[in-house]
Design a binder for this molecule. Structure first.
Ligand SMILES: [Zn+2]
Length: 167
């Protein structure tokens, strides 16, 4: 057994030093100072981990958790637009930007079309309040989509405008 194969069985040696399968590794370590030193450092680390105790949990942890759970369960479930917005805000992967821009463009088109159709169809005074609320909601969605598009564009432009060409 050489040093490389010996070091691959270090985990086994640490967990069960007396196992018969580790006899050749033990024989190598007995003759190799480098491997013996490395195994000793691992053993010291594991001994340190054994001495570590997890901190005591607060006695109010269960009550606090139960309250938080009830609050989350009572909260209204977010709509699909809200969930997409959350994903957009938390997402930093630049590789998805083109796809996101396409989705936002589709949303803009769908939202804009919605305004036209809804105002056209709901011109009758049958339900004026719900039509107004509906239009306001659509306008709000459009505003959100526009803000997200602006944010995407602002994130991309500094790289292009930051360095003014000197030549
Ligand atoms: Zn060795």
């Amino acid at each position: 057994m050489n040093c490389k194969t010996c070091q691959t069985v270090f985990p086994d040696l640490l967990l069960d030093p007396a196992a018969p399968a580790n006899a050749s590794a033990r024989a190598h370590i007995a003759t190799c100072a480098a491997c013996a030193q490395e195994l000793a450092s691992y053993e010291a680390t594991f001994a340190l981990l054994d001495s570590w105790h997890a901190p005591e949990v607060s006695p109010y942890f269960d009550q606090k958790l139960a309250v938080r759970l009830r609050e989350e369960q009572a909260a209204p479930t977010p709509g699909w637009l809200e969930r997409i917005k959350t994903r957009l805000l938390l997402n930093t992967g630049r590789q998805f930007r083109p796809a996101l821009a396409g989705v936002m463009a589709l949303l803009l088109i769908a939202g804009g079309g919605g305004v036209g159709i809804s105002t056209f169809h709901r011109a009758t005074p049958a339900s004026p309040v719900s039509a107004t609320v509906n239009d306001l909601q659509i306008l709000d969605k459009n505003e959100q989509a526009l803000q997200q598009m602006d944010q995407l564009l602002q994130d991309d432009t500094p790289a292009e405008d930051g360095g003014t060409p000197q030549s």
